[in-house]
Design a protein around this ligand. Structure first.
Ligand code: F6P
Length: 258
């Protein structure tokens, strides 16, 4: 029956939280790698979750890029901004992503879908540290970084290490190094191994992993069987208050101990 199914999912969510050591886990049916609709369902759940956990009034929401986040943006609704003034800001920029899935683009789309505001972080992709460091002195950059600092929520995804490194055109030497260090996942520009140890970090400004501890609401959205190992590894770095929004494709594998 529907009731039994629902109870089954709730018990799986509890088990997943326990195994991953985080406060909240929500699982949607299906596998995002096989059915695009699953990603839409995860997006809707992000919308509902934000509506429950964000306080009324002003909320600065720091967001990351990626295809999952781009889809989440499409699932946000004006209801979220009914009693809130929402400002979407890129949590980090310059990670080397294609224009349409950069955090700037995701923020703009979230603002359109909710009727909120957004800011852009002008950090060029694919430049050396020496080139972007002076940008920190720019008032426009400083203003956005200050907003990120005051954010009440962060919404991000988690990716597989090597596919992410390749998608961002990282050098062959860096990719080889990541393989040698057995990197399995990536989030916020940090690459980590199965034990949750950071093995490489893209040197960029904006939100850092340690900043997450003091952000009231952290939502991690990642699904699909192929992301299971990355999610499991990241959970060891994730702050306790994290809400993981995932699908059965990933959750079943993690619960099986794969
Ligand atoms: O590059 C931004 C980012 O959020 C990464 O931190 C993450 O690993 C990746 O995108 C996820 O991308 P996708 O949603 O396309 O799998």
């Amino acid at each position: 029956t529907v009731m039994e199914q629902l109870l089954g999912v709730r018990s799986k969510e509890k088990q997943l939280c326990k195994l991953l050591g985080i406060d909240h886990c929500l699982i949607v049916a299906g596998d995002a790698t096989e059915l695009p609709k699953v990603l839409t369902d995860m997006g809707k759940l992000v919308n509902e979750t934000l509506d429950v956990i964000l306080p009324h009034g002003e909320n600065i929401i720091a967001v990351m890029g990626g295809t999952t986040m781009a889809q989440v943006a499409n699932s946000l609704t004006p209801k979220l901004a009914e009693k809130r003034h929402l400002i979407f800001v890129p949590a980090r920029g310059g990670l080397g992503e294609a224009v349409d899935i950069q955090a700037n683009a995701v923020c703009a789309r979230m603002a359109v879908h909710t009727g909120g505001q957004h800011r852009v972080l002008y950090i060029p992709e694919h430049v050396s540290e020496q080139t972007y460091k002076p940008l920190l002195a720019e008032p426009a950059v400083k203003e956005v970084l200050q907003l990120v600092d005051k954010s009440s929520a962060v919404v991000h995804s988690i990716g597989e290490a090597i596919p992410m490194a390749k998608r961002r055109d990282m050098s062959t030497a860096t990719i080889t190094m990541l393989q040698q260090k057995q990197a399995v996942g990536e989030a916020f520009g940090y690459f980590f191994n199965q034990a949750g140890e950071v093995v490489y970090k893209i040197p960029r400004i904006g939100l850092q992993l340690r900043d997450l501890e003091r952000i009231p609401s952290v939502i991690a959205v990642a699904g699909g069987a192929n992301k299971a190992a990355a999610i499991k590894a990241y959970a060891q770095l994730a702050p306790q208050q994290t809400w993981l929004i995932t699908d059965e494709g990933a959750a079943n594998l993690i619960l099986k101990g794969a």
